[in-house]
Design a protein. Structure first.
Length: 132
């Protein structure tokens, strides 16, 4: 079992470990559920794992599904075009389902605005590192 980082109390290490595992679970759900983000939860899991478990952080970094996203992000906040397209299509599908099933239009409009902000941010990210 890895030791807590110097200067960090052990109980905070366990809190970050719980956050990392919850974020991994939500990221896995996000792979199959439209509307639930994957990338953000992977980044949160990596951040929390780096504060709690070098072993878990290394597992995430080398994971076949999550690893490329983390490596791209560390290379300057890169988000691959394929990821941008998939995220945008998932948001569009989610918004379509919301519009067809929720009668409270302000809720749909609020969700649409949030998704539009998320999509704008995703598309603002570079698709390759600046040195390429």
């Amino acid at each position: 079992m890895p030791e807590a980082s110097p200067g960090r109390p052990g109980r905070l290490r366990w809190l970050w470990l719980v956050v990392a595992h919850l974020a991994i679970g939500l990221a896995l759900l996000g792979v199959v559920l439209p509307g639930l983000p994957t990338t953000e939860f992977v980044l949160l899991a990596a951040w929390a794992a780096s504060r709690s478990s070098p072993r878990l952080a290394a597992w995430l970094e080398n994971h076949r599904l999550f690893g490329p996203t983390l490596r791209d992000w560390r290379r300057g906040g890169v988000v691959a075009r394929r990821t941008k397209v998939i995220a945008s299509l998932a948001m569009l599908a989610s918004l379509t389902v919301l519009a067809l099933t929720v009668s409270h239009r302000p809720s749909v409009a609020f969700a649409a605005a949030g998704m539009a902000c998320g999509a704008a941010w995703i598309w603002s990210r570079p698709e390759r590192a600046c040195s390429e």
